[in-house]
Design a protein around this ligand. Structure first.
Ligand SMILES: Cc1cc2nc3c(=O)[nH]c(=O)nc-3n(C[C@H](O)[C@H](O)[C@H](O)COP(=O)(O)O)c2cc1C
Length: 312
């Protein structure tokens, strides 16, 4: 992968769908991750799963993330995904949600490194594009050096490391020093992840860890432009924020694309959380009850007009 932006859009379930990725592309050329996609759902061609695999040519470079427990099925899904025109396949070995870890996938793979490494080996054999693993420091304690080394030996081309354990969920802080130790130890590139919510923190995480890149998660909600702005800060020392009229157009376009992907009403319902994030990130006041009853593009347009252009 030839990537000239070290700031990477994280996979966010329910957020980084094809519509979000199309919007994000207007602001930067950095790597985009799909949200986690069930390997089993892909193998069975489940129609809901297939919605999340939608890749348009403008999304490249894009990595598709798979979540699953069975190395053979994950490898099969990876082979199917390669045909979609993606640039890399990622294995989710970090998700702490019990519906994912319960069956032994996501973060639970860190409790079973043999299984995780078998998965990496089989996926590596199955596809000709880069294979990565998105992992945490360990399941309940920091075992990142040993785990990351094993993942590297199994054939991963790069890893993303979130500096929390799986048991921590989202509590506490991402341990940037632990990430830095892994960066220094591995031969393959590492993307550092966790708690870089702003442009300055993104640059800070890159510099503090010496990582190849930084993956940005929660900070990109309502800020699909964040990886581009972080790059601008890194390269030039300054960055701009979207004007209110650019933000208006961005949100309307995002809503149109969600509607195209999921259907008009379902798309508008999916948009409600995005609208909240966009307006919060822009520091605007709004009536959340009104946002959560949005059903039409006209309604959205009116709400945005009032929130963005009304005199304070
Ligand atoms: C709503 C939400 C959905 C997420 N979905 C995924 C996912 O599908 N796959 C994944 O590997 N991580 C997922 N994550 C974790 C993020 O990619 C990222 O590792 C984590 O939020 C820490 O980075 P941050 O502090 O920049 O947010 C999700 C996190 C959140 C908050």
């Amino acid at each position: 992968m030839n990537i000239d932006n070290p700031f990477v859009q994280a996979p966010l379930a329910g957020v980084t769908d094809a519509a979000f990725r199309t919007v994000a592309r207007k602001f930067h050329r950095g790597l985009l991750f799909t949200e986690m996609i069930s390997a089993e759902g892909l193998c069975r061609a489940n129609w809901k799963t297939l919605k999340y695999t939608e890749i348009s040519s403008g999304h490249n470079p894009v990595v598709l993330q798979l979540v699953g427990r069975d190395p053979v099925r994950v490898a099969l899904a990876a082979g199917m995904a390669e045909g979609l025109g993606i640039d890399g396949v990622d294995i989710n070995a970090g998700c702490p949600q019990s519906r994912i870890t319960g069956p032994g996938s996501g973060g639970a793979l860190l409790k079973d490194p043999d299984r995780l490494c078998e998965m990496v080996r089989l996926v590596r054999k199955e596809v000709s594009i880069p294979v990565s693993v998105k992992m945490r420091l360990g399941y309940s304690k920091d075992e990142s050096l040993a785990l990351a080394r094993r993942v590297q030996e199994a054939g991963a081309d790069f890893i993303t490391l979130h500096g929390r354990t799986v048991s921590m969920g989202f509590s506490g802080e991402s341990d940037w020093a632990a990430i830095s130790r892994v960066v220094g130890d591995l031969d393959i590139p590492v993307l550092a992840n966790g708690d870089a919510r702003t442009e300055a923190m993104a640059v800070g995480l890159l510099q503090r860890t010496g990582a190849t890149g930084v993956m940005l998660g929660r900070g990109t909600r309502g800020r699909p432009d964040l990886p581009g702005a972080a790059l601008s800060l890194f390269e030039t020392g300054s960055f701009g924020r979207l004007s209110h009229s650019a933000l208006f157009d961005t949100v309307m376009e995002h809503a149109r694309l969600e509607g195209e992907l999921f259907g008009y009403l379902a798309g508008m319902k999916r948009m409600r959380k995005h609208v909240t994030w966009y307006l919060k990130a822009a520091g605007r006041r709004f009536d959340s009850h009104e946002v959560y009853s949005l059903e039409t593009a006209e309604g959205l347009g009116g709400l945005l007009e009032r929130a963005l252009f009304a005199k304070d």
